[in-house]
Design a protein around this ligand. Sequence first.
Ligand SMILES: *Cc1c(COP(=O)(O)O)cnc(C)c1O
Length: 434
Amino acid sequence: MVFTTTKNKHKTLSFKDAIFQCLPEDGGLYVPASLVDLRQFFLYMDQNTTYGDLVAAIVPTLFEGELNPISANRVATSAFHFEPILKQLNNHLSVLELHHGPTGVFKDFGIAFLAAVMEEFLGENGYALTITATTGNTGSSVARAFQGRKGLTAVILYPRGTVKGLDPATFVPNGGNILPIQIDGTFDDCQRLIRELFEDRPFINRYHVTSANTINVGRLLPQTFYFLYAFIKIKKFVRGDLLFSVPSGNFGNLLAGLYAWKFGLPVNGFIAATNANDAFGDFFKGKQFIPKAPIQTLSRSMDVANPSNYERLAAFYEEAPAVMRNMVYPKSINDAETREAIRKAWETYKIHLDPHGAVGLAAAEKLLEADLEDGHVVVLSTGHPAKYADLLEELTGKRPVTPPHLQELEKESVPVSIIPPHIDALEAAIAGCC
Ligand SMILES: *Cc1c(COP(=O)(O)O)cnc(C)c1O
């Protein structure tokens, strides 16, 4: 697989280079550019195939010439101590639970693979530093995925009070490789600082800086794996069309689904399930994307008004406009419908869904009612219900149980540095430790 940038289709580079360079100097984003056919794998994989087996089997084909079967197996084994769980609700509906990772959010899948594959690529003597701007969960996910990995330091940049549950024993000054830096400022400051840091090429080159935010294709590509996994688990039962309902904010998850289709996944469509922040509704119908102001909703990880994956989606659209028009169904779900879906999931199917998953379910049921008599929709449950225990107890009468690994995330942690939101301060904090 080679990659190009959304701004220049003629320059290609490898997966390894796309991961470690992360942001192209032409201001675009890296996107996969070659045709890979994974259909052979669907023939012999079935319900008994484990997630690790699937990843280990397809990675050498997906990244041919870069990861051999031994490396791929090592990456799959060290990344995934957790796997998706598919629950079939009835003939038309299933839920793919992606919330069983260390921080209870589907983002664990991309981050865990990125960390493991970076370590594999670096080998014995390589070195790289990843930097991630976050307001919470992603910071804990990055810390868990990168801790103890050889040749890697992970800087986590966040506004006061947002990141919790970090283990001081893993911090750089204590002999570990995690470097939490708190900014006296906002999330926008964190993102601006990262942009400024990437403009300081000598610094980037000196410390081998890359990012573990979703701009890194190394997080996006591994998100295709669970779409394939859902298919092999469900293929025996599905008659008619197969669709995925994808609760979307920055649209990384939806893009991964589209890439999975491109690699040969026999899927008939995707529901782009959004909350009231319906950023791309018009765009999916072929109109121009015009950013609006963000609205606060119950599914707050999807309160994104200006999705950073716009360029990648636009590139996909340009390449395959018919696919985007005929395969992506935008559905916007308001908070009242979200609450109703949480209640219904419990009453009808005896499952707890968090508000993000509930948006996915509500969107799926709307589509099933309207025009899909014979199909099957797999709803992605992107977040753990226990993170919304109060809301779920209010709506279902039953409080979801919080597993011990999620309780850990609530512990306050003290950062290694607290800095003003200036690039010099950030560079000094990194240079002082690394
Ligand atoms: C990040 C997130 C989403 C949105 O995913 P995108 O890839 O940004 O569209 C949905 N649900 C939860 C729980 C999330 O954390």
